[in-house]
Design a protein around this ligand. Structure first.
Ligand SMILES: [Zn+2]
Length: 398
């Protein structure tokens, strides 16, 4: 058993991959995001950014690049969730838990190692003891809001109800040959890390726009944090909200091929203005860097927070990085580390920085969208040819 200690970020604040490795070193679960909150807040304060939270524990980090200069422009908000599928102890005699998040029950047909974190009895509400254990098997649950799967558990120490556990998939590890970064909770710590790097890069570049990272809670049990946030209209109504995720890789959204401009998810499609801002950003980066990679796809592997924002009437777009071993489900049917490609992570931060620059220059959809304009602005020569070549329908009786 060992204590979990907070640890300050000592890397490069503009480097999303370094931030991701740092965030990935601490455990997180739905309703148990405290350690990620500590790191997000510590990072933001270290950069001199404005930090706030709401009554539900969602965290907001603001860089005021426009209003600090007296400019009124619509803000750009990037929303990432701080939790990941994990489990929670509900009874100790026998030791039983609930699976918080969507994973096939068959993944637990062989024992899965777990790191449990149980209150250490100290005055520090964050104080926990780590206890090794495992999932022995799964069973169906009925009538529980947070879980559809119950878990038979074993542990090498004493746990209390309310303790949480994360899958023990080993330490954060980079395969330098493939560029793949392995960690338990790439979904959505990759989104959190990219958002922090985006804020750091934008602040360093002095982007002339108000930017906000919205770090939400309990996404994996049904978008609960963001549901509470939009119910309270907790973000400015005129904001462009970009949801960021690590999302199950698909044909057309492959690891190492760049971040994905996400036009929809398993539930809804998003706003053409969000898509247009991201495409404009992509085109500008490609104009100066021929090696820059971006994909664009409807990511049908899951529902993301963009659906909650779009349903609530926010102008919404989305990006993601392709994810391997989605929700820790390995191709052989077991549980293992998730992985993302470090180029996708880095290039996603680049895309978001440019999106802020595009918006700071007053980008309007559809007027400033090249693709939309291409249709509205057909050349006269074509319109004239159309007019001249049309067969006029004339009535024989007139
Ligand atoms: Zn997820």
């Amino acid at each position: 058993m060992s204590r979990v200690h907070p640890e300050a970020f000592t890397g490069t604040p503009t480097d999303a991959v370094e931030i991701l490795a740092w965030l990935g070193a601490v455990p997180t679960a739905p309703y148990h995001e405290d350690r990620i909150v500590d790191r997000v807040v510590g990072f933001a304060i270290g950069l001199g950014l404005e930090v706030s939270d709401d009554a539900d524990g969602n965290v907001f980090v603001w860089y005021r690049g426009a209003s600090s200069l007296g400019h009124a422009k619509r803000p750009l908000i990037v929303s990432a969730h701080m939790d990941h599928p994990a489990l929670e102890v509900v009874s100790t005699e026998p030791l039983v838990g609930h699976l918080l998040g969507s994973i096939r029950p068959e993944s637990f047909s062989t024992p899965v190692p777990v790191r449990f974190f149980t209150p250490d009895g100290s005055d520090d509400p964050r104080g926990v003891l780590e206890v090794a254990g495992c999932v022995l098997g799964a069973f169906q649950l009925e009538g529980v809001a947070d879980a559809r799967v119950g878990l038979h558990l074993a542990a090498a120490g004493t746990l209390v109800p309310g303790a949480f556990g994360v899958f023990d998939t080993g330490p954060v590890a980079l395969d330098a040959e493939t560029g793949l970064l392995y960690l338990t909770a790439a979904d959505d710590l990759a989104g959190c890390a990219i958002t922090l790097a985006w804020l750091a890069r934008s602040a360093a570049a002095g982007v002339g726009l108000d930017l906000c990272g919205a770090f939400t809670r309990a996404e994996e049990v049904g978008l609960v944090g963001v549901a509470a946030l939009v119910r309270r209209r907790g973000l400015p109504d005129d904001a462009l909200v970009i949801s960021i995720e690590a999302s199950k890789s698909l044909p057309g959204a492959e690891l190492g091929m760049g971040p994905v401009i996400r036009v929809g998810d398993a539930a809804t499609t998003f706003h053409p203005e969000g898509d247009a801002v991201l495409r404009a950003a992509r085109d500008r980066i490609r104009g100066r860097d021929a090696g820059y990679r971006v994909q664009r796809q409807l990511m049908s592997g899951g529902v993301c927070e963009a659906t909650a924002y779009v349903v609530a009437g926010y102008t919404t777009g989305a990006v993601c990085v392709p994810l391997g071993n989605y929700h820790n489900q390995t191709p052989d049917g077991g549980i293992g580390a998730e992985y993302v490609h470090i180029d996708d992570v880095d290039m996603c931060a680049t895309l978001l920085v440019e999106a802020g620059v595009v918006m700071s220059e007053g980008f309007k959809w559809p007027d400033d969208d090249r693709t939309s304009r291409r249709i509205a602005d057909r050349p006269d020569v074509q319109l004239q040819r159309l007019r001249n070549s049309g067969v006029q329908i004339t009535s024989s009786e007139s």
